[in-house]
Structure formats: structure tokens, C-alpha cells
Design a protein around this ligand. Structure first.
Ligand SMILES: Nc1ncnc2c1ncn2[C@@H]1O[C@H](COP(=O)(O)OP(=O)(O)OP(=O)(O)O)[C@@H](O)[C@H]1O
Length: 349
């Protein structure tokens, strides 16, 4: 596993590398990053870095699974009668264990085009694990992930074709400490596009403006506050090569994007997540580009402000799902205990 300045992973939006192997520039002996395109050293590795998920839609939606592992007390958006053509991501009966720990035990859910979905549940229940499986960083032991109807059983493969982009924004922001904000935000365009440095620099500035940051391009991550780092990470997840003819829909996976932020900084990040969505408008007044997103969070404010639908994971399964406003009125004892923070109830610590 390659660790870059303490950041094991980095967010993965790579707009245009469908024909390239998964590669990453490594730091040189002085721990400095080389942006020269010609002589950079590269190493290919599979698990340490979130690769771009580019899967070609085969045009035929996946067959509908008639068995879901949950019962919503409401008419669920997962209603089997619903048209399947807008399903971007489906987890079907996904299992994952780490040694003796059986974390995911048959997870089923779908994410449709345009959705803003929260994944919640007790600590250690596998929320981050399911994001990594969707991103192709981890393979399920059993079950499948369908991306626009195309089955992916294992890790994402270098040969997979374009059709969707999946960005993963890690909880820690995971910026490269020795790189400037510009280099961090433009990292994958420097690596994987044929854009000139000037073009990338202009895109970086544009995407930083979209998340409300100006004039920070030359700063190092250590010169930013925690909230600013999260915004830089967000800019890095939404940047794409806008000179391409076809731009696939993008799904962004946010792993606890507001963890550790004060309430106001959390609101800023929650609103940013909304603003880069296709139903939102970014700081520069443009509609967002993100087709759908999934937010793993423990924060009530993020649940209220940043998502429309919730998926509740407990003991490796989806035990409830419904619209955000249904969460607090749910009669499901697991949901009630979680919403109230009570020690009494079916969730044992
Ligand atoms: N690579 C790994 N190797 C071994 N165990 C792992 C690995 N990744 C996750 N786990 C374990 O799997 C369980 C689920 O982890 P995960 O991070 O998915 O939980 P989570 O629901 O996101 O938790 P939290 O809400 O506390 O962030 C934990 O017990 C964790 O220690």
C-alpha cells in the first residue's frame, strides 16, 4: 500500500481516463510532487487509491431483484414497480467480512438519477465499507454492485469503459500535504487529461469558486482550516475535463463530510453538497454537475439539510429506508432509538 504524506486514499473523480491504466504519480525522494508530464514516475496499484469508476451502460437495465432485505414502513422509493431505467447504482445482496467480523450481510439498495441519499446507522455497521465497495476499492465477498445496469462483482477493472464517474470524498479530506491547493484539486487532470497546465489551472480556479474559495490556489493544506480542507476535497471531487464531448453522469460518495466541523462550517459544507448537485446551483450561479450522491453521516444537521432519502444500516443489513421527513416519525424501534440517542432499545453497544 502506498501512503502519500499520511493520506492513504484520495478522492477519485477522473473525468477522462477511460483508456488509461490506473496509475498514480509517486512522490520523489524529497517528498515533492512532480507535475512535469513527460518524466513523471508512475506506479500501478489497485487497492490503495480510489480509481475512477467508468462503466459503460449496456443500455439494458439490470433485472429487478424481488427480494429486498428490508421492510420500510412506508411506501418505499425502492418500490419494485418503479421504472428501473434511472437506477445508477444498485447493491444487490452484498456481503463483506473482515476476518471473523461479518460486516455486511446482504445489503440491497438502489440509487437513482437525481437522488440525494444519506446512509446512516450505528458505528461499525459498515457504512464506509459499502461506499468503498460501490467505488470499487473493496470487492464484496458475495453479491454484486450494478453500475447503470452493468454488473461489477469485484474490484473495478482497468479495462472498464466509460459511462459513469464515481467520486469518493473521504472523511479526512485526504489532501496531499506537500501539494498546493491547485495541485491537489487538479491532480487527476494533470495525470489523466491532455489539458494544458493553464487550462487545468483555470478549471481549478473555477471549481474552487464553485465551493466558495478564492485566492487559495497557492496555499498548502496545512494553511487551511478543517472546513476549507473539506471544501478543497469537494472541489477535487467535482472537477472534470469540460472539453470532452461526452460527460458521463457523476455520482459522489461523501464519507462523513461534516465530521469534526463546527455547526456553521457544517452548514457551509451541507449547502455545498446541495449546490453541486444537478438540482442545485453553485456559488458562481451555475447548476451543479453531480447527478446523484450518497452521504454517510452521523450528523442530524447533515441528514436534515443535505439529503432527501435515508438508508439505515444495522447489523449488516438495510433495516429501514424512507424519506428524511419520515425518519423522526418512524415507529421502527431501531430508528426511534437511533433518532433519540437512547441507550435503551434494540441497538446494543
Ligand atoms: N480493511 C479493513 N480490515 C479490517 N477490518 C475493517 C476494515 N475496514 C473496516 N473494517 C471493520 O469493519 C467494521 C465496519 O467499518 P466501517 O468503517 O465500514 O463502519 P462505519 O459504519 O462506517 O463506522 P463509523 O460510523 O464508526 O465510521 C469496523 O468494525 C471496522 O473496524
Amino acid at each position: 500500500m502506498v501512503s502519500l504524506s499520511g493520506s492513504v486514499f484520495f478522492p477519485l473523480t477522473v473525468p477522462d481516463c477511460s483508456s488509461r491504466s490506473r496509475k498514480v504519480t509517486v512522490l520523489d525522494a524529497h517528498n515533492s510532487f512532480c507535475l512535469k508530464k513527460k518524466d513523471r514516475r508512475r506506479v500501478v496499484f489497485r487497492n490503495c487509491i480510489a480509481p475512477p469508476t467508468y462503466l459503460k451502460s449496456n443500455g439494458s437495465p439490470a433485472a429487478v431483484n424481488s427480494i429486498d432485505s428490508f421492510r420500510s414502513e412506508h411506501i418505499s422509493p425502492e418500490n419494485e414497480d418503479k421504472d428501473e431505467s434511472d437506477v445508477l447504482i444498485e447493491c444487490r445482496n452484498v456481503y463483506k467480512s473482515f476476518g471473523e467480523k461479518h460486516i455486511l450481510r446482504g445489503v440491497n439498495f438502489k440509487i437513482r438519477h437525481g437522488e440525494a441519499v444519506g446512509v446512516i446507522g450505528p458505528s461499525g455497521t459498515g457504512k464506509s465499507t459499502i461506499l468503498k465497495i460501490i467505488a470499487g476499492l473493496l470487492s464484496p465477498d458475495k453479491g454484486e454492485v450494478y453500475i447503470r445496469g452493468r454488473k461489477r462483482a469485484g474490484l473495478i477493472d482497468d479495462e472498464e469503459l466509460s459511462g459513469i464517474r464515481i467520486g469518493l470524498v473521504f472523511q479526512s479530506a485526504a489532501l496531499f500535504d506537500s501539494l498546493t491547493v491547485r495541485q491537489n484539486v487538479g491532480f487527476l487532470l494533470y495525470e489523466n487529461s491532455s489539458l494544458s497546465e493553464e487550462q487545468i489551472s483555470a478549471l481549478v480556479t473555477e471549481n474552487l469558486a464553485a465551493v466558495g474559495l478564492k485566492g487559495v490556489e497557492d496555499r498548502l493544506p496545512s494553511e487551511l482550516s478543517g472546513g476549507m480542507k473539506k471544501r478543497v476535497a469537494l472541489a477535487r471531487s467535482i472537477i472534470f475535463d469540460n472539453t470532452r464531448k461526452e460527460v458521463e453522469p457523476e455520482v459522489v460518495l461523501y464519507d462523513e463530510p461534516t465530521a469534526g466541523l463546527d455547526p456553521i462550517a457544517s452548514t457551509v459544507v451541507e449547502d455545498l453538497i446541495r449546490s453541486v448537485h444537478i438540482k442545485g446551483e453553485d456559488a458562481s450561479g451555475k447548476p451543479g454537475n453531480i447527478a446523484s450522491y450518497i452521504v454517510v453521516t452521523h450528523q442530524h444537521s447533515t441528514i436534515r439539510r443535505a439529503v432527501d432519502r435515508l438508508i439505515f444500516l444495522h447489523e449488516g443489513k438495510v433495516v429501514w429506508q424512507g424519506m428524511t421527513h419520515e425518519f423522526t416519525t418512524s415507529t421502527n424501534p431501531i430508528v426511534q432509538q437511533f433518532a433519540s440517542g437512547s441507550l435503551d432499545g434494540p441497538i446494543k453497544y
